[in-house]
Design a protein around this ligand. Structure first.
Ligand SMILES: Nc1ncnc2c1ncn2[C@@H]1O[C@H](COP(=O)(O)OP(=O)(O)OP(=O)(O)O)[C@@H](O)[C@H]1O
Length: 212
């Protein structure tokens, strides 16, 4: 997963990227790049801006200072919303809708990955039999799995995963690692934050260190 050839194209590049809240720096200046096939671990203390960085890349916050490039061209958030998928602390699931309905809504907005369909994605994350269950009746780990199914379904190249291992049992952690391995080996890229010890399947990930 991490033996990405230097020849792999750079998908995302940040140059002197900074973010401020009420004129106080949250992070930056930050320089990093992510190539196709790469998994990058975003490291930093509590409050160092890891979630904020992912929210910028997901198009939820504006870039304050510095530059972002996508495939060598300036990143414009309105053009790139479909290139990324964000899995945050809030999973982005409507609790009164079923797991299937939630995925159908996401697919309606962003399309689907070639050859992928809703029930197949739910089965792949271990939710076969729970398709029609309202999300509010799923366990925390099952909700996380429903959100992970969105990664499988949507065509986004860059996955932005904030603490993806939270609330998952050992099987769920293995599931996340399998999804990361499959996505990166098919040319996708992943930015992931984690507080815990991360046991990636194949060696050490690239590391992006936050600093204020
Ligand atoms: N909605 C908000 N309004 C104001 N300040 C915020 C908001 N969200 C985050 N912050 C502040 O921005 C800073 C960065 O927060 P962020 O959540 O990005 O950090 P983090 O590295 O992801 O933290 P953690 O490891 O605890 O999850 C913190 O000082 C936090 O207090």
């Amino acid at each position: 997963m991490t033996a990405t050839p230097d020849a792999a194209p750079i998908l995302l590049e940040a140059r002197a990227l900074s973010y401020y809240r009420q004129d106080e720096p949250v992070f930056g200046p930050l320089d990093f790049s992510v190539r196709a096939g790469e998994v990058a671990l975003i490291e930093g203390d509590n409050g160092s801006g890891k979630t904020t960085l992912l929210r910028i890349l997901a198009g939820l916050l504006h870039v304050d200072d510095g530059e972002l490039h996508w495939r060598g061209r300036p990143w414009r958030r309105e053009e790139h919303l479909g290139d990324t998928v964000f899995l945050g602390h809030h999973l982005g699931l409507k609790s009164d809708l079923s797991a299937r309905e939630n995925l159908q809504v996401a697919a309606g907005l962003y399309g689907t990955r070639c050859g992928r369909h809703v029930d197949g994605a739910l089965a792949d994350v271990g939710l076969a039999g729970y398709e029609d269950e309202p999300v509010r009746r799923l366990s925390a780990g099952q909700k996380k799995r429903a959100a992970l199914a969105r990664l499988l379904l949507l065509p986004a190249t860059l996955w932005l995963l904030d603490e993806p291992y939270a609330n998952l049992d050992r099987t769920g952690i293995d599931l996340v690692n399998r999804l990361l391995a499959e996505h990166s080996s098919s040319g996708g890229a992943v930015l992931v934050t984690s507080h815990g010890a991360v046991s990636f399947l194949h060696g050490e990930p690239k590391r992006v260190r936050m600093h204020a």
